[in-house]
Design a protein around this ligand. Structure first.
Ligand SMILES: Cc1cc2nc3c(=O)[nH]c(=O)nc-3n(C[C@H](O)[C@H](O)[C@H](O)COP(=O)(O)O)c2cc1C
Length: 160
């Protein structure tokens, strides 16, 4: 199974998570800055990850390159999402970028897999939460870094 992991990252945390996921599933990591439309299309499972910045926005490189995603044919495509954020300092926009990616790919007709429980997190609001679940793998390397390994492993077991 060919797995492409496309990510954006300012500080390196999300890049590190992408590498961790790739190592566990023989996937290929691609920085959104360098990704082409074909990278979104030519795989069996597409994994997309972004940290949340500003007051609940996508990471800048994702914003600058969102046209690549919108230009890809993702109808019926199996997509899994992951997000990095900080629930303590940004409790009202926790992981919002993952919610934005969810809306983007849903609008393109993709099939999002890999929803996870909100249990274990303490925040007020998140657009990444739909019907009581996160739309993908939720991570907080700022305040719960010790949980990352376990969460990534459990998510991949659920996905693959
Ligand atoms: C200026 C700034 C704004 C942020 N805004 C949010 C936010 O709205 N929601 C959130 O969950 N995390 C927010 N964060 C936390 C980052 O998403 C988190 O540190 C993430 O791990 C950074 O990933 P990166 O190192 O790959 O860039 C913010 C961080 C900074 C520095």
């Amino acid at each position: 199974m060919k797995i492409n992991i496309i990510f954006g990252s300012d500080g390196g945390a999300t890049r590190g998570v992408a590498a961790k996921i790739a190592a566990k599933c023989q996937g290929r990591t691609i920085d959104i800055k360098k990704a082409g439309v074909a990278d979104f299309e030519n795989c069996d499972l597409l994994v997309l990850g972004s940290p949340t910045y500003g007051d609940g926005t996508l990471q800048t490189d994702w914003e600058d390159n969102i046209g690549k995603l919108r230009g890809a044919n993702l109808k019926g495509k199996k997509i899994a999402l992951f997000g990095t954020g900080d629930q303590q300092n940004y409790p009202t926009s926790f992981l919002d970028a993952m919610g934005i990616l969810y809306d983007e790919v849903s609008a393109l007709g993709a099939h999002v897999v890999g929803f996870t429980d909100t249990a274990g997190f303490d925040y007020i609001e998140s657009t990444a939460e739909r019907d009581g679940r996160f739309v993908g793998l939720a991570l907080d390397l700022d305040t719960q870094s010790g949980m990352t390994e376990k969460r990534v492993t459990a998510w991949l077991n659920q996905l693959l």
